[in-house]
Design a protein around this ligand. Structure first.
Ligand SMILES: [Zn+2]
Length: 195
């Protein structure tokens, strides 16, 4: 008996089992593909929720008639003329008139008011569960207390040279945006018309 005959005989004998097994495999593959697709869709949907929520928020410029004198830099180094060193600057420095008002960029709640040697007088405002704005180098007279609710555009203080690590830049605001405690580029949120 040659190979072909043997194969035919084998096939005839186990035809039903072979076809049933084949169908089972196809069914398993089909279920697997469907499950993978639906898992992928769920992931995509989660991503959409996370990325669209923060970018839907737009900040006003936090200094009246302000201009950015030092931009955000994560990997490129910026020169710090006070400390005389190159460093990353995960904030934007904004200058206005010497006693320009500093404004809350968005509705929120004051979560901290403190003075540190390097950052001067600092106010932190929480806008939602993941988004916080930080206002550094403020004048020592702050008009707010922890727990106060602020609205977009409300005056919170004035620019100054209180941040000792940036005092050579003159009176300005050192403005940071924290997304889940990570310093992100404030330009992602600032109204472009004001830049
Ligand atoms: Zn700065």
């Amino acid at each position: 008996m040659n190979f072909k005959d043997r194969f035919t005989m084998f096939f005839q004998r186990y035809k039903r089992s072979i076809i049933a097994t084949g169908l089972c495999f196809l069914a398993i593959i089909f279920v697997g593909v469907v499950a993978a697709k639906s898992a992928e869709n769920n992931l995509l949907n989660d991503d959409n929720v996370q990325t669209s929520t923060p970018t839907a928020i737009t900040f006003i410029m936090p200094v009246e008639n302000g201009t950015i004198i030092k931009d955000y830099s994560n990997t490129t180094l910026k020169y710090n003329s006070t400390l005389k060193q190159w460093e990353s600057h995960k904030a934007v420095d904004i200058k206005g008139a010497d006693d320009a008002n500093v404004l809350a960029v968005y509705d929120g709640e004051v979560i901290s008011v403190e003075t540190t040697y390097l950052m001067g007088t600092v106010v932190k405002i929480k806008h939602n569960s993941s988004l916080v704005t930080v206002y550094g180098s403020l004048d020592e007279i702050v008009l707010l207390n922890v727990g106060d609710t602020v609205t977009k555009g409300q005056v919170i203080g004035k620019v100054s040279t209180s941040a000792k690590n940036e005092s050579n830049d003159g009176a300005h605001l050192h403005f940071e945006v924290l997304l889940d405690n990570v310093k992100v580029d404030p330009n992602l949120y600032l109204e472009t018309s004001n830049k």
